[in-house]
Design a protein around this ligand. Structure first.
Ligand SMILES: *[C@@H]1O[C@H](CO)[C@@H](O)[C@H](O)[C@H]1NC(C)=O
Ligand SMILES: *[C@@H]1O[C@H](CO)[C@@H](O)[C@H](O)[C@H]1NC(C)=O
Ligand SMILES: *[C@@H]1O[C@H](CO)[C@@H](O)[C@H](O)[C@H]1NC(C)=O
Ligand SMILES: *[C@@H]1O[C@H](CO)[C@@H](O)[C@H](O)[C@H]1NC(C)=O
Ligand SMILES: *[C@@H]1O[C@H](CO)[C@@H](O)[C@H](O)[C@H]1NC(C)=O
Ligand SMILES: *[C@@H]1O[C@H](CO)[C@@H](O)[C@H](O)[C@H]1NC(C)=O
Ligand SMILES: *[C@@H]1O[C@H](CO)[C@@H](O)[C@H](O)[C@H]1NC(C)=O
Ligand SMILES: *[C@@H]1O[C@H](CO)[C@@H](O)[C@H](O)[C@H]1NC(C)=O
Ligand SMILES: *[C@@H]1O[C@H](CO)[C@@H](O)[C@H](O)[C@H]1NC(C)=O
Ligand SMILES: *[C@@H]1O[C@H](CO)[C@@H](O)[C@H](O)[C@H]1NC(C)=O
Ligand SMILES: *[C@@H]1O[C@H](CO)[C@@H](O)[C@H](O)[C@H]1NC(C)=O
Length: 535
């Protein structure tokens, strides 16, 4: 089946950014397309299922002349759907562009963002993703070094910022060529690397997107990388690498101990600061647990495990004991099946550290600039120096820390950030700090930027909390109708397995349980004291 206008000649006079040169363009009509997209893969939108959808897949490759790069951008343009029974290329489009972000070391064009795009076309968006010139690489090991000692700065720059400007401009232009008009509104939706991409767009390319959703953003990149390896360095300095089961047991005990501090026993730590102050991991030392890592054998929780957990919760500090960054929240999963920051590898009886893969690549390849350097035995002094070097060399390229969003505000754009409070990788307080610092600089920040903390949500998805599935619709209402989100619904799973509807609140408000409530609306947003975050 053919789709009208879904052929290369439609895109023959595409106006690309002046810094780019088109290498190739393909159009693929996709008809009778079906998808079933879970909410967690859409991050901020509900699950969607459909059959019989048609779209035009326009995939183009371009280079920045002189940089010898090759960037692939893939756009899906809704063409018709079975229910509508239309054949014209115009009617099923909702007149909007929704760009989806990447994760880990990938800018886009892999399964997770493809789910996001399937969700988007199901709602009529034209949708787009970029590989930032990194191809199908899932780690940076494939591209980071041009040769020993030499980082591929253009590829890094593409990932961190330039591909984002390109994807916005190209997306609008591809849509214009196909539909005869530019998108009326353009949105960004991403988490983690994708959240950082969204923040970078707000900071560096204000006005390119009308609305940005940035989940658990990997901003303060150098500090985030330092945080990934901090627990490993604590272990290296002690020369002790506790079993993962010990760390898991302490985290679980913290969740249980702190659960009720917010007035509701539900398996979710709502009062994370009270938990950090009140729960003492050292009280767990000597407790006997059954250890998964040892086939269920009983072990005692060691002092070393308590030290690692305590230091991870308090955040990175220098050799001199100066606190440098925020820690992960008590209760977050520091092991996380290969994703966690405090993981150890205990084969043949003795344990060694298991550096977090993202931080490992960053420090070995971009800072040490060596394909053979191994951070396995990284010292505290080395970590201090590596984070400093990271800021010196890559701060403006990667850190994504500019708090002056005045031009973004002036252009009328809106941003919503969100962060799970049991994120096992990126400290929720980093995003809180960013919001505080933007607010300190720009008095009316909540007129264009709001932040939502999500108790019980892990990194981007999973945990006791569902995803904030109304935020995309709410961002649209904010951008298009001026209706700012005063709260957002969320479903949580309680200890008994039952699902409960709650609300998320724009920072600095917090959701509190109104015990005297008689209607179903027992969770309300209330003002909360949020002292400036100190380090
Ligand atoms: C469309 O796909 C469905 C399965 O999703 C299939 O049953 C149906 O035959 C297809 N229709 C056409 C016209 O290809
Ligand atoms: C879109 O086209 C590109 C280039 O041909 C291809 O790699 C990709 O798989 C296509 N995606 C879909 C959903 O057709
Ligand atoms: C990159 O450089 C190589 C060798 O000079 C050349 O063959 C290739 O066409 C260039 N690629 C791009 C995208 O410019
Ligand atoms: C769908 O389109 C076909 C071909 O144009 C037409 O015969 C049919 O009546 C349409 N069906 C509906 C429900 O509009
Ligand atoms: C599909 O058709 C239905 C019925 O006309 C319409 O409500 C819906 O928005 C259409 N979806 C897309 C993606 O065009
Ligand atoms: C936990 O770590 C913090 C930060 O390093 C430190 O101030 C505190 O003394 C530690 N707690 C214990 C009991 O060692
Ligand atoms: C754990 O260490 C063993 C032996 O050094 C190694 O073969 C294995 O790949 C490591 N496991 C992981 C998950 O890194
Ligand atoms: C780390 O230190 C241990 C003990 O000294 C040593 O066996 C191992 O080879 C070191 N690993 C690396 C990658 O240097
Ligand atoms: C902030 O908002 C208030 C009320 O809308 C307005 O009077 C004031 O001018 C704004 N301040 C700035 C700096 O935009
Ligand atoms: C999240 O939960 C889903 C469904 O339970 C599971 O398949 C997936 O592996 C989990 N993802 C992560 C990153 O934990
Ligand atoms: C909560 O769950 C209900 C029932 O599954 C669903 O209809 C609703 O969309 C969910 N709300 C959110 C915010 O995810």
């Amino acid at each position: 089946m053919s789709i009208p206008l879904c052929n290369p000649s439609t895109f023959a006079s595409l106006l690309l950014p002046i810094s780019t040169s088109l290498l190739s363009l393909t159009t693929t009509p996709v008809t009778n397309f079906s998808a079933s997209v879970p909410a967690i893969t859409r991050l901020t939108a509900p699950a969607i299922s459909y059959t019989g959808l048609s779209f035009c897949n326009v995939t183009l490759t371009y280079t920045h002349p002189g940089q010898n790069d090759s960037v692939i951008v893939e756009t899906w343009l809704p063409a018709s759907n079975a229910t509508a029974n239309t054949t014209a290329a115009t009617s099923p489009w909702n007149f909007r562009l929704l760009a989806v972000g990447g994760g880990g070391w990938a800018a886009g064009r892999y399964d997770f963002p493809y789910y996001g795009m399937k969700g988007a076309i199901g709602e009529g968006y034209a949708t787009i993703t970029t590989d930032a010139g990194l191809g199908s690489a899932t780690t940076s090991r494939e591209w980071a070094l041009l040769s020993e000692g030499n980082v591929d700065l253009y590829k890094l720059q593409n990932l961190m910022s330039v591909s984002l400007r390109d994807v916005g401009e190209i997306g609008k232009e591809v849509a214009r060529s196909f539909y005869g008009e530019k998108p009326r509104y353009s949105y960004w939706n991403g988490c983690s690397q994708g959240g950082r991409q969204g923040m970078m767009l707000a900071q560096r390319y204000p006005g390119l997107f009308d609305g940005i959703l940035a989940g658990a953003p990997g901003i303060y990149w150098s500090e985030a990388m330092g945080g990934f390896e901090w627990p490993q360095v604590v272990m290296n300095e002690m020369g002790r690498w506790p079993y993962s089961c010990e760390v898991v047991a302490i985290s679980k005990a913290a969740t249980t101990w702190c659960d009720g501090l917010d007035g509701v026993v539900d398996g979710i730590v709502g009062d994370v600061d009270g938990c950090l102050e009140g729960f003492d991991p050292f009280e767990m030392v000597g407790t006997e647990i059954e250890c998964d890592n040892l086939g269920g054998r009983t072990v005692e929780i060691t002092e070393a495990a308590a030290v690692v957990v305590n230091k991870t919760w308090h955040g990175r500090e220098t050799v001199e004991g100066k606190r440098r960054w925020y820690g992960l929240t008590p209760g977050s999963d520091l092991i996380a099946n290969g994703l966690g920051v405090a993981e150890t590898n205990c084969t043949s009886g003795s344990c060694i550290g298991e550096p977090n893969a993202l931080g490992k690549d960053w420090f070995e390849l971009f800072i040490a600039k060596s394909s053979t350097f191994n951070i396995q035995n990284l010292t505290h002094k080395e970590l201090d120096r590596f984070v400093q070097a990271s800021k010196q060399e890559f701060g403006s390229m990667a850190d994504t820390v500019d708090t002056d969003l005045s031009e973004f505000a002036r252009q009328g754009s809106k941003m919503i950030s969100w962060h799970g409070l049991v994120d096992q990788l990126l400290a929720p307080k980093a995003t809180e700090k960013y919001y505080q610092d933007v607010s300190a600089l720009l008095p009316n920040t909540s007129d264009f930027y709001r932040h939502f903390e999500i108790p019980g949500l892990e990194h981007c998805l999973n945990g006791s909390s569902g995803n904030p599935t109304e935020l995309l619709a709410q961002l649209r209402a904010w951008v298009e109708e001026g209706v700012a989100p005063e709260s957002s619904p969320v479903n949580v799973t309680r200890l008994n397995g039952q699902t409960e509807a709650r609300v998320l609140c724009p920072y600095p408000k917090k959701a509190t349980f109104d015990a005297s409530c008689t209607t179903g609306e027992c969770w309300v947003c209330e003002d909360a004291a949020r002292p400036p975050l100190a380090l």
